[in-house]
Design a protein around this ligand. Structure first.
Ligand SMILES: [Fe+2]
Length: 223
């Protein structure tokens, strides 16, 4: 273990949970002076206390040690909250239905913030039968290229990995697609909300009905 829980993290979690030092101390069977020592960096909680401390804050020991707590609500009900993580060393691409603590090559990866496309990363979307044909006019050299294109709907993701010297293009099934993402290894993640309209009206599938049903199921499951 090359990392351990810090006083700053304990203090932050305690305050977030609206607990006094005494209230936390009582839960753990230690004195409030001990908690104060941890928070001011004059001591560490014994390793046998890590689990009880994590439990007191309703988080995992991993989150406690990393200081990176995750708040996911109704993750399984809506893939539109998808997060993408990219390792800057090897280019590994990871997808999460919500936030997660992810490491690659020993580097903690943060979810990438997607931006609206800029003029150097414009996307062209064409409808061909039941598919979207997507193309980005962009370099595809080893140094600078589009690394993946993905679409997200309420209940699915389609991701195409691209490689240098290839074409920055892909095809996706139209069904339910709400968002399109594309990632440039130098300039980051871009997105576009796929325009609703013709596609939804023409399809035999009622997406609004589908969305309402998914939301109702989520409500039943998660309250
Ligand atoms: Fe770029």
């Amino acid at each position: 273990m090359n990392q351990y829980v810090t006083g700053a993290v304990i203090k932050q979690l305690r305050e977030k949970n609206k607990m006094t030092q005494l209230q936390l101390a009582e839960k753990l069977g230690v004195s409030d002076k001990t908690v104060s020592k941890w928070e001011t960096g004059k001591g560490y909680p014994d390793i046998t206390l890590l689990e009880p401390v994590a439990k007191a804050f309703r988080i995992s020991v991993t989150e406690l040690i990393s200081g990176n707590t995750i708040h996911n609500e109704n993750v399984s009900s809506n893939m539109l909250r998808s997060k993408f993580y990219v390792c800057p060393v090897c280019g590994n691409v990871l997808h999460g239905m919500g936030e997660a603590v992810i490491h690659c090559h020993g580097i903690p990866l943060n979810p990438i913030e997607a931006e609206a496309s800029d003029e150097k990363h414009l996307i062209m979307i064409e409808r061909i039968e039941d598919e979207y044909y997507v193309r980005i006019d962009h370099d595809m050299t080893k140094e600078h290229y589009i690394s993946f294109i993905a679409t997200v709907s309420l209940d699915s993701i389609q991701m195409i990995k691209l490689y240098p010297e290839g074409n920055a293009e892909a095809r996706f099934k139209i069904r339910g697609v709400k968002k399109l993402y594309w990632y440039c290894n130098r300039d980051g993640l871009f997105f576009i909300d796929v325009v609703k309209g013709i596609d939804d009206r023409e399809g035999s599938h009622d997406h609004m009905q589908e969305q309402r049903e998914l939301e109702m199921t989520a409500k039943m499951l998660f309250g």
